[in-house]
Structures are given as structure tokens and as C-alpha cells.
Ligand binder design. Structure first.
Ligand SMILES: [Zn+2]
Length: 108
């Protein structure tokens, strides 16, 4: 019996990506399409080190920055720093890069 590719990510600790994880339907997208680092965009492959960052449930601290991203080994940092970076990225896309998120404004 094989283990679910999703079974070891909720610990919040770094893990080595398996072949099954690299192609799993993270976020509902087939072929591992959304299994990427939220900070540099790296698409995880078998053998990479990845870590899941829990951001949901943080109240005001994490509001509007997106839920529970993965981070690669090169971008990893303490949670507070990662959340700070996400907030800066969000602010940039709300202002300077507004064009790329314009359609999401229709749903607010
Ligand atoms: Zn990265």
C-alpha cells in the first residue's frame, strides 16, 4: 500500500520531494502544476527540499496574502520574515502591478 503524497507536509518541517509529490494535484491542479515556491516560483521536482508554511488562521497578520504556500530551500526563512515578504508582494501587486490582478477585483 502506497502512502498518500500529501501525508508528510503538514508538519511544517522541510521534506525531500518524492516523485509522487512532484506530480500530485496540490491545490487541485494536476501534474504538480501548483507545487511551486511562492517566493521564487521554482517548480518542485523529485529530490528537492520543500517546506509548507501555514498562513491560514493568522487573522489580521496574514489576511489577503494567500493561504499556506510552499517554500524552497533557497528562499526559506523564519515564518515572520516569510509572511512579511508575502505582504510586500501583495502590496506590489495591489499597486504597481495592478494590471496582473485586475480580474480578481471583479470578485470582491
Ligand atoms: Zn524559492
Amino acid at each position: 500500500m502506497s502512502e498518500s503524497p500529501f501525508s508528510n507536509f503538514t508538519s511544517g518541517k522541510p521534506f525531500v520531494v518524492s516523485a509522487a509529490q512532484a506530480s500530485a494535484a496540490w491545490g487541485g491542479a494536476r501534474g504538480g502544476a501548483l507545487f511551486r515556491c511562492a517566493w521564487c516560483g521554482h517548480k518542485f521536482r523529485e529530490g528537492d527540499t520543500a517546506r509548507w508554511v501555514f498562513t491560514n488562521g493568522g487573522g489580521e497578520e496574514t489576511r489577503g496574502i494567500g493561504g499556506n504556500p510552499f517554500v524552497c530551500a533557497a528562499c526559506d526563512a523564519p515564518r515572520e520574515e516569510l509572511i512579511g515578504r508575502l505582504r510586500e508582494m501583495r502590496a506590489l501587486f495591489e499597486t504597481k502591478f495592478w494590471w496582473f490582478t485586475r480580474h480578481s477585483h471583479d470578485r470582491r
